[in-house]
Design a protein around this ligand. Structure first.
Ligand code: ZN
Length: 450
């Protein structure tokens, strides 16, 4: 069903966001000040939670405000939202109702995280806010692509109805963009056949799936020629990028989004990193004490403040990702700063006991370095109670499992970890989360409280 008002809203906002790419830093800073002032005013006027949370801080600069965690956001859900008709219990009932309408209460889009990293977050967008989210995706995606120049899209994503990727795909289809939606859980041969039939101009995939599809293309089973390959949601390693470029040329654009704040950053055609959408969301890169870290240095987490999110304001919301800002401006001239590396999501950091007590935290990069160049279509490291399981999918050439095991053992020992039993297993496919993702590193141990 086509929603004309929504569509018009997306078109207007898309033009506006496009024009904002020509701002300088000064115009951008003024815009941010205005938006943050207005957002805080709205939150203080309409959210009982923020009235309390920010008591006595109404004149304090943003970086003096307390940070907001997912647990706080979910516990205080009904008090945090700015519409007193919205209740979390009703949203849960709505999500479980197979005959639900497109919009909750006739006016809200609901997204939810899959809960693979703890309790799911429920995120609420007014129709206007959701239009802005879609408009941002269209305006910032570097492709010859608009509502007027129709391009055929294919998206391989979550089948979970409330996952952001599924909601985005459905909205695109409602905006009359020809979109083939494939579930990441569909058998590979069937996906390849349907993509061959569809011949997309734009392919949107998770990084792990992009790598599998690139391998299919190189093997000659998949025969498509997308102009743009958008990769999102997972860490895009150098090897996965290389394989996608081998399959389709240098048309890979990395996209960094979170369910809570939607799009955060996206790569431009200079491929120097991902431009933070600073006119739409404030992103602070901070250390463990929530103090800012300079460009060129990895932070421990991000604090995000989506500037146009009013129904459920998120002010200094904690995203547990480790990213690095570039210290160089981009030659494309956009005023937005670049994120030039994402080291991993915090849940990808594994903790091991140390020989002399305490624990050592091992970054996913250690495993990327050791495993990413193997001739496999996918890999995953899973920490279980009985040790470390290294899964290798669809091995092309002969692999020496013992050699891999010993390399991982040495690398962990070099970090002073007590190395658990390591098992290398060859599998048909890497198991996916309910959202269709395949994180490179994960722990199935109960999370310690760090
Ligand atoms: Zn650029």
């Amino acid at each position: 069903m086509v929603d004309i008002t929504f569509m018009r809203d997306v078109i207007v906002k898309q033009r506006q966001f496009k024009s904002q790419e020509h701002w300088n830093r000064k115009l951008l800073a003024e815009h941010q000040q205005r938006m943050i002032h207005s957002l805080r005013g709205h939150a203080n006027a309409h959210s009982p939670f923020y009235q309390q949370f920010h008591t006595g801080l109404s004149d304090a600069p943003l970086d003096q405000l307390p940070v907001l965690t997912k647990a706080q956001m979910m516990e205080q859900f009904d008090r945090l939202v700015t519409d007193r008709a919205v209740h979390l219990e009703d949203i849960k009932r709505y999500m479980e109702n197979p005959e639900r309408s497109r919009y909750f209460l006739g006016r809200y889009v609901i997204n939810a995280t899959s809960g693979s990293s703890g309790h799911p977050a429920v995120v609420l967008w007014s129709r206007g806010e959701w239009a802005a989210t879609m408009a941002a995706a269209f305006a910032r995606t570097p492709m010859p692509f608009s509502l007027f120049q129709k391009r055929k899209m294919a998206q391989i994503a979550s089948t979970t109805a409330f996952h952001m990727s599924a909601q985005g795909g459905t909205s695109a289809r409602n905006l009359l963009l020809p979109t083939l939606l494939l579930a990441a859980t569909e058998p590979l041969e069937s996906m390849v056949r349907r993509l061959n039939d569809w011949q997309p101009d734009v392919l949107i995939v998770y990084a792990s799936m992009g790598r599998i599809m690139a391998d299919e293309q190189v093997a000659g089973r998949l025969k498509i020629a997308p102009q743009t390959v958008m990769v999102s949601s997972e860490v895009l390693t150098a090897e996965t990028r290389r394989r996608i470029e081998q399959a389709w040329g240098p048309r890979v654009f990395n996209n960094y989004a979170t369910t809570e704040a939607s799009g955060l950053a996206i790569e431009c055609d200079q491929h120097r990193g991902m431009h933070v959408m600073e006119d739409l969301v404030l992103v602070e890169n901070v250390d463990k004490e929530n103090q800012p870290v300079p460009p060129g240095v990895f932070g421990d987490r991000l604090l995000v403040t989506p500037l146009y999110k009013r129904a459920q304001p998120l002010i200094r919301y904690v995203i547990e990702d480790r990213v690095r800002f570039s210290s160089e401006p981009c030659p494309c001239g956009r005023p937005f700063r670049l994120i030039d590396a994402i080291e991993g999501r915090a849940q990808e950091v594994l903790a091991f006991p140390k020989a002399d007590g305490g624990e050592v935290r091992v970054h996913p990069l250690l495993f990327h370095t050791l495993l990413d160049l193997l001739p496999v279509s996918g890999w995953q490291v899973v920490q279980e109670a009985d040790g470390l399981h290294i899964l290798l999918a669809r091995v092309h050439d002969a692999l020496d499992g013992r050699q891999i095991e010993s390399q991982v053992r040495q690398a962990l020992a070099a970090q002073e970890a007590v190395v658990p039993p390591i098992q290398v297993q060859q599998v048909e496919a890497i198991p996916q989360t309910i959202a269709g993702k395949a994180p490179l590193v994960k722990s199935n141990l109960a999370r310690a409280s760090h």
